[in-house]
Design a protein around this ligand. Structure first.
Ligand code: SAH
Ligand code: SF4
Ligand code: F3S
Length: 472
């Protein structure tokens, strides 16, 4: 079926569900367990669900519809899902709540088998390629009262024009590509998200222009490997050049032209594809934040090879040097996995060495978690748990000492902050983030909320900075 027709069909199902409920204000609860792409999917789900007449609640005990949008990148996500599903049993018995589970983990057969066996009260299971069918799935479940599974293995189409309910009113995420072709040996994502598919530049620009009109100030462009945007098979054959946009670098430049947008971020780029045109675009586009997330994963060339990352320690460090030379005031954040199969003490020390050399602004650290179906899981030389934990703690210590040192550099500087609102920990103060994504709190008038302000940083406190408004 044509994509436009498919979306039309789902819109009709939205109307049908509305009719069943006859304008009764039912409630829904959604829990998003994964990354920003997963959150962006949840925003699309919420858009459809609210059009079907449901109102959000943050108490699942009073919900008529509960949705879990799952992640399977690491093992703890599974324990968390099964724990939550157990808690739902009583609510289901009491209220007849519809339980729907979707997202990456539902693409794994051993997981859906377990749900059927141990949590048979689950009503709907849907995968990453069938999200847009949710209105149809829900309608069929409501009508037939039967359980339904809507998971397919083939790559889903790129659907445009679904309703969306954004979680934030100044910052928005915009998915620019789906899937991943890289098959890093530790990673499950390519198996559950399928091959790379890029959205058409026209659709992306229209979405961001619309966001700008609605008052959004910051956009984050999302993809598993953003710098291979438009290099996917789908465009390779057809070729594409939409008003000069034919790559990630040219997309960045086009987004930079959208007037009301003040800040542009993106995640994640892959170091192997970080071409000079992207570096130049970041340097030239004043709205692109000079904090770049550049996943390292390991600092050892041997481990990087078994991880199938396609760069060496030296290539990563050279890339960082090149970026720092071309982009003034560049800061970097990264992801690191500790204890991948075969990682020796020497390999781990290479990771510490890269961290010392680059001095990241932020490091997201993960203990390697074996994922069923990935090559990493079958590698013979797995690192014992206690060694993984011991290395993780050493890395954490190093990172924290670097962050503390780095924070000192902010004191006395003027930083541009996008003000989010009152601070959760102290509602008398306002909070926002710097270009480099640091949390800053300050005393200020509420009329600066949703605006950019200049703050002088007066003190640092490990996970946040304190600022004062600069009087013009
Ligand atoms: N596409 C992105 C990352 C997606 S997953 C990229 O390539 O950077 C987010 C992070 O989770 C990864 O960067 C990696 O550090 C971590 N990760 C992925 N699989 C993992 C596993 N099996 N165990 C531990 N961490 C993992
Ligand atoms: Fe996973 Fe590697 Fe793809 Fe990132 S690039 S999603 S780590 S396979
Ligand atoms: Fe994201 Fe987790 Fe899926 S990291 S892509 S939600 S497996």
């Amino acid at each position: 079926m044509e994509i436009v027709q498919e979306i039309e069909k789902q819109k009709q199902y939205i109307e049908k569900v509305k009719k069943i409920h006859q304008n009764k204000k039912l409630k829904y609860y959604i829990l998003t367990m994964g990354c920003q792409l997963n959150e962006n999917d949840s925003e699309k789900l919420c858009g459809m669900i609210e059009e079907m007449g449901y109102e959000p609640t943050d108490n699942y005990q009073e919900a008529d519809l509960v949705i879990f949008n799952t992640c399977c990148v690491r093992e703890n996500a599974e324990d968390r899902l099964f724990g939550k599903l157990g808690e739902l049993k009583k609510v289901k018995e009491k209220r007849g709540t519809i339980i729907a589970i979707g997202g990456c983990m539902m693409q794994e057969k051993h997981i859906t088998d377990k749900i059927h066996e141990s949590y048979p009260y689950t009503d709907i299971i849907f995968g990453t390629h069938t999200l847009q069918n949710f209105p149809e799935d829900l309608y069929k479940t409501l009508e037939s009262k039967k359980k339904l599974q809507d998971v397919i293995d083939i790559d889903g189409e790129v659907y445009e024009g679904l309703p969306i309910k954004r979680m934030n009113n100044i910052k928005a995420s915009v998915t620019i590509m789906y899937g991943c072709n890289n098959f890093c040996t530790y990673c499950i994502v390519p198996y559950v998200r399928g091959r790379e598919r890029s959205r058409h530049p026209k659709d992306i620009l229209e979405e961001i222009q619309e966001l700008a009109k609605e008052g959004y100030k910051e956009v984050t462009l999302l993809g598993q490997n953003v710098n291979s945007y438009l290099r996917s098979e789908q465009w390779k054959e057809k070729g594409i050049d939409y008003h000069g946009i034919n790559s990630f670098a040219t997309l960045l430049r086009a987004v930079n032209e959208i007037e009301e947008i003040e800040r542009i971020r993106f995640i994640s780029p892959h170091p192997k594809d970080f071409t000079d045109d992207v570096i130049d675009a970041i340097a030239n586009c004043e709205k692109v934040c000079k904090l770049i997330h550049l996943p390292l994963q390991s600092g050892s060339s041997n481990v990087l090879k078994t991880m199938n990352r396609k760069y060496t320690k030296e290539q990563y460090l050279n890339l960082v040097d090149k970026m720092k030379a071309k982009i003034p005031n560049l800061t970097l954040s990264t992801d690191i996995i500790v204890g991948f199969a075969g990682e020796t003490e020497e390999d781990f020390e290479d990771t510490l060495d890269v961290v010392k050399k680059v001095c990241f602004e932020q490091v997201y650290m993960f203990i390697y978690s074996r994922r069923v179906g990935t090559p990493g899981d079958k590698m013979p030389n797995q690192v014992p748990e206690e060694i993984k934990h011991e290395r993780f703690d050493r890395l954490k210590q190093l990172v924290e000492s670097q962050i503390a040192e780095n924070n000192q550099k902010y004191v006395g500087t003027i930083q541009k902050i996008l003000v989010k609102g009152p601070s959760k920990n102290n509602p008398a103060l306002l909070t926002g983030r710097t270009d480099s994504n640091k949390v800053v709190v300050f005393e200020g008038n509420k009329d600066v909320i949703n605006k950019m302000v200049n703050l002088k940083i007066v003190s640092e406190h490990m996970w946040y900075l304190k600022g004062e408004e600069v009087k013009e």
